[in-house]
Design a protein around this ligand. Sequence first.
Ligand SMILES: [Zn+2]
Length: 180
Amino acid sequence: MSAPAPKSVLNESKQIERAAMLIEMGARMQVLESETSLSYERLIRLYKEVAGRSPSKGQLPFSTDWFLTWQENIHSSLFLNIHQYLSKGASLDSAELLTRAYRLYSEQVAALELEPLLSFTRAWRLVKFFEAEMLARTACSDCGGLFVTEPYESRHYVCGLCNPPARAGKSKSAGALTLH
Ligand SMILES: [Zn+2]
């Protein structure tokens, strides 16, 4: 019988596995730095190995606005509802939860023949904003679906599906999504 591997080695391989999974999902460096304990240099090397290219530079803007724009909001709400649903079930760590929720979101959107407006990195950012209570979920007073909103949205909130902006008339894509 060989001695059990030191904890640090086990943890290290778990971190690498997790980083590789996130890279395959299309995560940017800021996600990898947040969700793993590997150094920036190691992440860069791993990224090149897994993705076959260098990671794209630049950060996402640190703003909640994107998630509150009409169609983006519908996609964000769909993703967050899946994420919250999964988080109440099996005990998954944050990276697994994010990955699983994103796969389900992508499948649902693909089934409706829509483009996934929400990237994996944006989905991660959305969860961070939600956990920091910079964004919340509010029930639409009309359809009852839960939507991503500012915290402390009014009770009379009406979602972007029930009350689409005027410019939405020509777009079929958002109407295909329902959240209830
Ligand atoms: Zn509604």
